[in-house]
Design a binder for this molecule. Structure first.
Ligand code: ADP
Length: 243
């Protein structure tokens, strides 16, 4: 594992321990629906430090996906700001936001979204090659990550030849392939049976701790949430810490 952690540390600039890697500050978001305005986020505050995993547990419709999209710079908040490693993103151009998203943020979704015509290895290599790594460098990193996630025997398989849990572990490897600082996951084990969800979750949390990522995972699963460093919920558009 230390190799995965070292690799991550050498690719990203060294994170400072005393600032959060991601900080949502007074984030507001509303949607217009006909005559009405839905106020989904009303000043949400959330800071996540390096190596820290935070479970976001809230009922459907509370705004978890909205919060993750804003945290991942996929959507703009109506007010407030998202700081990535102390850098304000509010006034950045779309190109600058995209560059930060590509280099610093990894996403895992409920469905794996792997490319069906490519092998597990190729799916993890592709984002690295898009960022400019050579084929050999990308292959070495992809093999190492898939091996770490227990998929050494599956690297040549296409997604359709993998189980749901294996597909999701490939998606995790792909999300961290470019050594992001922040990992955002939206119900990553939502489609898996409890035993498989447990194994995927273990792999994810081990990777987070070993590589110093800051992670926010939206989940309905309280057993899994209980194993993360912190739990928060969204109540009336505000983030509240849970015991
Ligand atoms: P969760 O992930 O907690 O289920 P979401 O963030 O997906 O919640 O959605 C929160 C609320 O915002 C829901 O009521 C949803 O219908 C509404 N919503 C989300 N996206 C949009 C949109 N693009 N336009 C209008 N309403 C939206």
């Amino acid at each position: 594992m230390s190799e995965v952690a070292d690799h991550t540390a050498t690719q990203a600039s060294a994170p400072s321990e005393d600032v959060p890697l991601i900080f949502l500050h007074q984030v507001e978001r509303h949607y217009r629906q006909g005559e009405d305005t839905l106020h989904i986020l009303k000043g949400a505050e959330l800071a996540v430090w390096p190596g820290e995993s935070v479970a976001l547990v809230a009922p459907s419709g509370a705004g978890k996906s909205t919060l993750l999209h804003i945290a991942g710079l996929l959507e703009h908040p109506d007010r407030g700001d998202v700081y990535i490693d102390s850098r304000s993103t509010a006034l950045l151009s779309d190109a600058e936001r995209t560059a930060i998203r590509r280099s610093d943020i990894g996403f895992v979704y409920q469905s794996h979204r792997l490319l069906p015509e490519f092998s597990a290895l190729e799916n993890v290599m592709l984002p690295q090659m898009i960022r400019g790594l050579s084929r050999n460098e990308a292959k070495a990193r992809a093999s190492e990550l898939l091996g770490y996630l227990g998929l050494a025997e599956r690297v040549t398989h296409r997604p359709a030849e993998l189980s749901g849990g294996e597909q999701q572990r490939v998606a995790i490897a792909r999300a961290v392939a470019n050594a992001p600082r922040v990992l955002l996951a939206d119900e990553p084990t939502g489609n898996l049976d409890p035993g498989t969800a447990d194994r995927v979750f273990n792999a994810l949390t081990q990777l987070v701790r070993a590589s110093g990522l800051a992670t926010i995972i939206a989940t309905h699963n309280m057993d899994l949430a209980a194993r993360m460093d912190r739990r928060v919920t969204l109540r009336n558009g505000i983030i509240e810490e849970m015991p």
